[in-house]
Write a protein that binds this ligand. Structure first.
Ligand SMILES: Nc1nc2c(ncn2[C@@H]2O[C@H](COP(=O)(O)OP(=O)(O)OP(=O)(O)O)[C@@H](O)[C@H]2O)c(=O)[nH]1
Length: 839
């Protein structure tokens, strides 16, 4: 047995107390003498092992509780040398606090019973540390008597701490499990083992038992929204969780009341004692899913809307456009985003329009209306624009949304529908509805302007006969052709409508006088009478027309139409193929005009016109210097008619050119005859405006001179101021052309209409005729004086018309007037026997 030197302690005399004690115990025991040296050696080794074992702290105490032996581990546990431990009370080395009495009782029991005390865990303060010790008390006998109690202490502090930590952790997790807002389920071998209160609430299950023992798949619909079977999908996720430790996914569950809800699931795979568990965390995300769905739907609506949608920021800069916007306008996102909304205005509506729009939008958050929009190609299209202001949570406008609907088609179809409603299907003329509308407009315009309008009511004559003999189809074609002809007879401002059947109504807007209406009625009648070629048929048809005039025949629509209808009935009664005015007086006037017009044509052909001559005398010498040719119509029934009776009709009927031509030739012929008789007198011929606009006036004058053999200087052409005022370069050219022939030009009726006296000197005028008006009612001396002075300064001859008295003549003479004409001149000519010259 190896001996080790040890420092002497209070409890020992020579070195290691334990060795000494045990050795002595072995040497002193009754069996010691019997032990062989081998046995002694074994005991010694065991004692040494006990003394040095680090696992168990061993000490022994005497009946007073004082330590008599301790091994190295025990000394280390006390934080002292072994020598310092031996001799100290055990309770001083290992303080057991409140449980000390229990421990003391155990020791006492051991001493009394001589039996081992049960092993126990004790919290102990030793060596300055708090420890957990597992203590065992073993009584040791010596010579049959209980000599010591051996205390064996195993330091279990680390294990105890671990156990406590585990308990603490377990408690925390439990708390978390119970109080978690998320549903947590523990699944063992595919079956739910436990569910927390949040799970019960989420799945609306009344008890744990509803869950326990069931599969999670029992709380899912058969299929998930993606179409997969729930069971197969769940298995997939579990496999993933096994492989990766956990797996997160969205899932559609079915609660205990049969309602579906969305959840986010975190499934964690846990392995415990070779068993697989799933820790399933279920969080209700219905609200999020709904929001996602709403967002998704909003995005879908935005993108798939057939209307163009455009979003702007608060400053009205474009931040998004949808596909339809690009399709409708042709503008892509790259061209639109970031640009101000105003850049894409069509330009049709002005700034003030859009100011109003934005004012209303900012006030009420909405505006909608029709505008013109422009495509990238530049094409304009009608659009319905709906603007909405979008507000943030603080109620401030954060964005604007514009929805632009292309309403081109709608407009077109509305237009088409309206057209169908307002037009006659056969002729496409306005029908009665549109006619009344137009008539109402025309009437209010006429009433405002104080003008006249006419209504022509037409009905084809014996149209039924065509239908009956040739069939409706031919009748229809005829009606179409009639419509086309009617349109050609009127101006754009007039309206031609079909009332139905073979009746048509024409509105002639803003007519100057009833002659205009009569003229159109006559033109229409003539146009309808022209033969029609329909298929193989040549047809002749006539029409009867009734005319009413606003305001004289009525001032409202119904009266005017009714009266035109009555007038049309009269036309039918009067033998058809004619027109009648509603008012008898007008009818008479129109009939007279028609009679005159027809008579004029005959008069030209039959030579019923004559010329009378009014002499023109030189004031100074009293000599006959010329004669003005004046036309007369020797009417077979009415006798001699003065120009006032027939010239206006001739002008309207376009007869002034042939009549004027006749006058010109006849006057030249007369003048030449006077010359041949030895009277070199000048002849004056009035030109009408109609002649003046003729291109061949100069040629006609030349021809008249040539045919008659009259020298040009003896022909004087009288123009009116109106002719010169109306004329442009054409007038000046014609005047120059006439002047070049050598004829003289005089200005008739001077002083009544001339507004630009300055122009006078630009025209080759030889003579001014002071208007007769200045001679009537006494003499307007100022004007006559002015005209004479002006003629003088322009070196023109001046002649006064309508001179009736010697006083007038004297006045003119006093003013230096050159010539005169009128009754006084005629009388003078008679007196000197010259009147015969002019016949
Ligand atoms: N082809 C054709 N005929 C029509 C249409 N609408 C009405 N009619 C016929 O037009 C004819 C009109 O006849 P009326 O105006 O009454 O008599 P009319 O034969 O013209 O004789 P008067 O008017 O007295 O001169 C009738 O025979 C109708 O059947 C149509 O759309 N097409």
């Amino acid at each position: 047995m190896r001996q080790r030197k040890r420092a002497p302690g209070r409890g020992g005399k020579n070195g290691t107390m334990g060795q000494h004690h045990l050795t002595s115990a072995a040497a002193d025991g009754p069996a010691a003498t019997d032990l062989s040296s081998l046995a002694l050696d074994v005991v010694a080794r065991l004692v040494a092992a006990l003394e040095r074992t680090p696992l168990v702290a061993i000490c022994s105490i005497d009946r007073q509780g004082v330590v008599r032996f301790c091994n190295e581990a025990c000394a280390a546990l006390c934080g002292r040398d072994a020598a310092d431990v031996v001799g100290r009370p055990l309770n001083e080395l290992f303080e057991r606090g409140a449980r000390q009495p229990d421990y003391d009782a155990l020791i006492e029991a051991a001493w009394h019973s001589g039996r081992n005390a049960p092993c126990g865990d004790w919290p102990v303060h030793a060596g300055g540390r708090d420890l957990w010790l597992q203590s065992t008390l073993v009584p040791v006998f010596h010579d049959g008597a209980l000599a010591q109690v051996v205390c064996m202490e195993v330091d279990i502090t680390a294990r105890k701490q671990e156990e406590q930590a585990l308990v603490a952790a377990g408690s925390n997790f439990r708390q978390m499990f119970l109080k978690s807002g998320d549903a947590i389920l523990l699944v063992r071998e595919g079956l739910i083992e436990e569910a927390n209160p949040a799970a019960l609430a989420l799945f609306r299950c009344p008890h744990q038992e509803t869950f326990v023992g069931r599969r999670l798949a029992d709380f899912s619909p058969l299929q998930q929204p993606g179409g997969m079977l729930s069971e197969a999908a769940a298995l997939d996720y579990q496999t993933q969780a096994h492989a990766q430790g956990n797996c997160r996914y969205d899932w559609r569950y079915l609660d205990c009341r049969g309602n579906l809800f969305w959840a986010e699931v975190l499934i964690t795979s846990v392995t415990l004692d070779h068993e697989f568990l799933f820790y399933v965390l279920v969080r209700d995300i219905s609200a999020r899913k709904n929001a996602e769905r709403t967002l998704y739907l909003a995005a879908q609506v935005f993108e798939n809307s057939r209307d163009a949608i455009l979003l702007t920021d608060r400053e009205r800069h474009i931040i998004a456009i949808n596909r339809a916007y690009s399709e409708i306008t042709g503008f892509g996102s790259d061209e639109m985003l970031g640009k101000p909304l105003s850049v894409y205005r069509s330009g049709v509506e002005d700034d003030s329009f859009f100011r109003e729009v934005w004012n209303q939008l900012d006030a009420t958050d909405h505006w909608q209306g029709e505008i013109w929009s422009r495509r990238k190609s530049g094409e304009l299209f009608p659009a319905w624009l709906a603007l909405t202001a979008i507000r943030d949570s603080a109620d401030h406008i954060s964005n604007y949304m514009a929805i632009v609907s292309d309403i081109t088609e709608r407009k077109r179809s509305e237009e088409h529908t309206r057209h169908l409603a307002e037009h006659d299907f056969l002729t496409d003329l306005p029908n009665r509805v549109l006619l009344l509308d137009r008539l109402s407009l025309a009437l209010s315009t006429a009433s405002r302007k104080g003008s006249m309008l006419a209504i022509l009511f037409l009905d084809l004559d014996r149209f039924k006969h065509i239908n009956d003999t040739l069939g409706h189809q031919v009748g229809d074609q005829l009606l179409k052709e009639v419509a086309a002809r009617l349109l050609k007879c009127v101006r754009k401002v007039d309206t031609v409508s079909r009332q139905g059947g073979d009746e048509f109504v024409i509105i002639l807007a803003d007519i100057g006088d009833i002659d205009h209406a009569a003229h159109v009625a006559a033109t229409v009648r003539a146009a309808i009478c022209q033969p029609y070629h329909i298929g193989t048929h040549e047809l002749n048809v006539s029409t009867s027309i009734g005319v009413s005039i606003y305001p004289s025949d009525g001032d409202d629509i119904d009266t005017l139409v009714k009266n035109a209808d009555i007038a049309m009935y009269h036309a039918k009664q009067s033998g058809r193929n004619n027109f009648q005015f509603f008012s008898a007086a007008m009818n008479e006037r129109i009939i007279e005009r028609a009679t005159v017009e027809n008579g004029l044509r005959r008069a030209l052909a039959e030579g019923q016109f004559e010329l009378a001559f009014e002499p023109e005398l030189d004031i100074a010498s009293g000599a006959l210097v010329g004669a003005e040719a004046l036309i007369r119509w020797r009417h077979p029934e009415l006798g001699v008619l003065l120009p006032e009776r027939f010239i206006p009709v001739a002008e309207d009927a376009g007869l002034m050119v042939p009549i004027g031509d006749w006058v010109l030739r006849e006057a030249c012929r007369h003048a030449r005859a006077w010359h041949d008789e030895g009277h070199p007198v000048l002849v004056a011929v009035n030109l009408s405006p109609a002649q003046f606009v003729q291109h061949d006036l100069v040629d006609n004058v030349r021809a008249a001179l040539e045919v008659s053999g009259l020298e040009a200087r003896y022909l004087e052409l009288e123009l009116t101021e109106a002719i010169i005022m109306k004329g442009g370069t054409g007038t000046a050219d014609t005047l120059q052309g006439l002047r070049a022939l050598g004829v003289r030009l005089s200005l008739d009726d001077f002083g009544t209409g001339w507004s630009r006296l300055g122009q006078l000197k630009d025209y080759p005028i030889d003579k001014l005729k002071i208007a007769q008006a200045f001679m009537r009612n006494g003499v307007d001396t100022t004007i006559i004086r002015t005209i004479i002075a002006m003629a003088r300064s322009l070196e023109m001859t001046v002649i006064a018309e309508g001179v009736e008295t010697a006083e007038q003549l004297e006045f003119l003479r006093g003013q230096g007037c050159d010539q005169y004409q009128g009754h006084h001149a005629a009388a003078a000519v008679k007196a000197i026997g010259m009147d015969g010259v002019l016949h």
